[in-house]
Design a binder for this molecule. Structure first.
Ligand code: FPP
Length: 243
């Protein structure tokens, strides 16, 4: 019963939390608002949760903002999400160094507008100048697509130098998440219990936390509840319990 588990500050804080920000559309419908209002509310919650993760000592927060499949949504909804991402990157350029938040965009950047790509380039340059908490925003991202893109890049390198053997560590370096530790905790609000093509390679040993709370209603207390559940989990990585 998650409600009865207390969050322990500073103890076993996940290094990396991944979130599938689900439930924006239903949140809006419940209020008689267009789905796009749900995405606007969801992007504010993302900002709040990113600050909270930074303050709790989490090193990486990765969120699923737009999947390779989301292009099939109505064009006004796609346009709204792109506008929100654009706004977020613009604002970040002004505030990220002050707030000590590094930013990485993961996904197939070739499918993004030139304007969005230029903003990603700028936030990458700023992020390279300091250390600390990093928010990873997945845009035009799909787990299978990421693995395929990585495999193609590896194949090209192999063609140039076949002496380089492939192992898990080397393959990881071809993924969008290169250099980022695997998620310890995957949170999915919105009531569904599936991974939806998110971080398929990286979540091999992630602990999963599902909640019916819709993403725009997700609070810092909900985040702490998820971390509290994580703190109780026994992570064995295929081994037997030692204690
Ligand atoms: C899933 O909810 C949510 C999305 C596909 C979009 C998420 C995008 C944002 C929160 C805005 C931009 C983000 C940032 C980082 C500024 P859904 O629409 O599938 O909800 P439903 O299942 O209730 O219909």
């Amino acid at each position: 019963m998650p409600d009865k588990i207390a969050y322990a500050a500073g103890e076993r804080i996940p290094r990396h939390i991944a979130i599938i920000m689900d439930g924006n559309g239903r949140w809006a419908r419940k209020r008689g608002l267009p789905r796009t209002a749900g995405h606007a509310a969801g992007s504010e919650v993302f900002r709040k949760i990113a600050y909270a993760c930074r303050d709790l000592g989490v090193e990486h927060l990765t969120v699923y903002a737009f999947s390779t499949e989301n292009w099939k949504r109505p064009s006004d909804e796609v346009a709204t999400i792109m506008k929100l991402l654009n706004k977020y990157l613009h604002e970040s350029i002004e505030t990220m160094a002050r707030d000590h938040i590094r930013l990485r965009v993961m996904g197939d950047l070739n499918g993004l507008s030139p304007e969005l790509r230029a903003l990603v380039h700028e936030t990458d340059e700023i992020s390279a100048t300091y250390e600390g908490f990093q928010a990873n925003v997945c845009i035009n991202y799909g787990g299978r697509d990421e693995i395929l893109r990585a495999a193609r890049r590896y194949a090209a390198d192999y063609a140039a130098d076949p002496s380089v053997a492939l192992d898990e560590a080397r393959f990881s370096a071809y993924l969008d998440s290169a250099g980022i530790p695997d998620p310890d905790l995957l949170i999915r609000p919105g009531g569904e219990q599936r991974i939806s093509n998110f971080l398929l390679w990286q979540c091999a040993y992630a602990e999963f936390y599902f909640t019916d709370v819709l993403w725009p209603d997700f609070t810092v207390d909900e985040l702490k509840k998820a971390i509290a559940v994580f703190q109780q989990r026994d992570r064995r990585y295929g081994k037997v319990k030692t204690t």
